[in-house]
Design a protein around this ligand. Structure first.
Ligand code: ATP
Length: 240
């Protein structure tokens, strides 16, 4: 059985179809990329899966059980964590306190001391252990992106949704982030769905890529197949 299954998922915002009839499955242990131009519906898809928004149509299942109608904290408790494209850490709290909030969300950990300890171990995994007691607002963008991943990871997810965690980073920071993502995937036995505009990173990280265009899935396959898919090339070259 697939870990995650989307079946004919749609999302309308008034007259706008942000997602239309999107179906795919993700198996346990996969790292899958979600690609598409601005406004293609990638972030909306994450919001539906994570319970931040409700689909207008279709089914979303984790381990065969429907997630539709579940609140974000209930989805988190079932094992899904997401990062947000625009990172908004509690700037006046320390890095460690921010990570601890993740550990408490969705009741991943109920005991405050254990949450603190777990938060610290997660900070080490994302390379922020030495900044644990610094204020989150003092981190660089790359640091804040790492903290965003730590917050999600502290929820003890099985499925991690990463939304443009490399946007705005330097090439060196991107290479470091990729190595870190591979490391945490192995260490925590994660399944990962990645949205990224840094195409080379997506091609390198993922075994499989799903392409959205105007809310519809237009292609799915290996990075090699996607790179030469005429529908994808047309979509990216703006040829309709
Ligand atoms: P980007 O790469 O720019 O982040 P995306 O592929 O993530 O784009 P979405 O953010 O999912 O795209 O947006 C898909 C469409 O839905 C866009 O036209 C967007 O304006 C619209 N949209 C998203 N959220 C809302 C909302 N809450 N209310 C109204 N329209 C929305």
């Amino acid at each position: 059985m697939s870990l995650l299954e989307l079946q004919a998922v749609g999302k309308r915002f008034g007259g706008l179809k942000a997602l239309d009839d999107v179906s795919f499955t993700i198996d346990s242990g996969e790292m899958v990329g979600l690609m598409g131009a601005n406004g293609a519906g990638k972030t909306t898809l994450f919001s539906l899966v994570a319970g931040n928004e409700r689909p207008s149509a279709g089914e979303i299942r984790l381990d065969g059980r429907s997630l539709v109608g579940r609140r974000a904290d209930q989805v988190a408790a079932r094992g899904i964590a997401r990062t947000f494209q625009i990172v908004r850490p509690f700037r006046g709290l320390t890095v460690r306190e921010n990570a601890r909030i993740g550990a408490l969300f969705g009741s991943a950990e109920r005991r405050p001391d254990a949450a603190d300890e777990f938060a610290l171990s997660i900070l080490a995994d994302v390379g922020l252990a030495d900044r644990a007691d610094a204020l989150a607002g003092s981190l660089t963008l790359a640091g804040q992106k790492r903290l965003e991943i730590a917050r999600a990871l502290a929820q003890r997810p099985r499925l991690l949704l990463l939304d443009e965690v490399m946007a705005g980073l330097t090439p060196t920071e991107i290479a470091d982030a990729m190595a870190m993502i591979r490391r945490i995937k192995e260490k925590h036995g994660l399944t990962v769905l990645v949205i990224e505009h840094v195409m080379s990173a997506l091609m390198d990280l993922c075994q499989r890529i799903i392409v959205l265009h105007h809310g519809m899935k237009i292609a799915e396959g290996t990075p090699q197949a996607i790179a030469r898919d005429p529908r994808v090339l047309d979509a990216y070259l703006g040829v309709e």
